[in-house]
Ligand binder design. Sequence first.
Ligand code: SAM
Ligand code: TMP
Ligand code: ZN
Length: 405
Amino acid sequence: MEIKMRCRICSGRLEQVADFGRQPLSDAFREPAEQRAEFFFRLAVGVCGSCSMVQLMEEVPRERMFHDGYPYLSSGSSVMREHFAGFAQRVMSERSDPFVVELGCNDGVMLGNLARAGVRHLGVEPSGGVADRAAAQGVRVCKEFFESGVAERIRATDGPADVIYAANTLCHIPYIGSILRGVATLLGPDGVFVFEDPYLGDVVRLTSFDQIYDEHFFLFSAGSVQRMAAPYGLELVDVERLDVHGGEVRYTLAGKGAREQSAAVRDLLADEAAQGIATAAALRAFAGRAADNRDRLVALLTELRERGASVAGYGATAKSATVLNYCGIGPDLIPFIVDTTPAKQGRLTPGSHIPIRGPEAFRDPYPDYAVLFAWNHAAEIMAKEREFREAGGQWILYVPEVHVA
Ligand code: SAM
Ligand code: TMP
Ligand code: ZN
């Protein structure tokens, strides 16, 4: 048992349960001519013996990940655009004249809906390039890392928030105490903090080890979130399972005593306890399955190369960094990956240095096999690329296990 550091939530002892080795920054796509050495860190996962929060053992400084060149665009998926429009609709139907603050609003995929409807809002987004895209569609955005001081300033200038929202952002933030203090400061008495992130239960169930990378610092569960919220006077009042991004939970926190806890929270807590998802034993078993998937994926790609079959990757996701670097897969096994994100095209994947091309390269000509790194968008992509299968192409997936579809 290796004890490296203390829990970022409660300072309890962390037990290391998985090690995915030396990894680059998952979104640091390289110019082919770049000479500078890449930044690497050790991607290991620990679980807190006291509060059961699953978290990375090593932390990457936030400015290395979130900066003006941060490439990820939330609007790149039609399913996600609908998902966020649905959340905006729900807020507008449940509250009259609300003030909504979003942490990590990215290109404005959610707040754009509120801006167009004239709802009072503010996005807090430290990555300048994506924040500019949000501003270009009428979103009011400040280019900052949200933390307690920023929350005090927003409260002083704009008043209390009715809804604070964070999608795929809270789990990125190791200094979470400052965030929760800020949330408690900024929320009005009837306000709620709603956040959604990959769910530990789904990661363990699906062996989706690629949900673990530099930006995904925490893997939340209902139990760990409930314990995390309490010291800040916040309570977990609702949970909702989401099937986007490979399985997430939307958590709702409210001020202590402000709302009843829903039956869904009690059910999920009971389910987590019965399954023991956050136990070191379950997580070590998960790490063992991830290692099996790695070996099978490398064996399959090696066999395909030996047979002379052509292979491409689909979706230069942040998640793919963990797979490619953990498996030691480079351009010899996957010569290129296609992706719709302009800032990724023409670059190389971090660490593994696989060229990234635009989606038109996929059908020019279709490869025999395509590894679907954006498996969380499988329905959308397989529908869009129906002709690939019709032309005899086959998808390779590695979640929940390596298979050809
Ligand atoms: N909410 C969008 C979504 O779900 O598609 C974007 C998610 S993106 C993976 C994470 C975003 O969080 C990035 O745009 C990043 O710049 C932002 N972020 C990171 N730390 C933050 C902080 N302390 N406050 C606000 N945003 C932050
Ligand atoms: P995500 O899994 O973090 O949302 O990243 C998805 C990546 O896949 C992102 O780089 C955009 C890319 N992508 C495509 O190339 N085509 C698509 O149809 C979709 C939905 C995503
Ligand atoms: Zn802890």
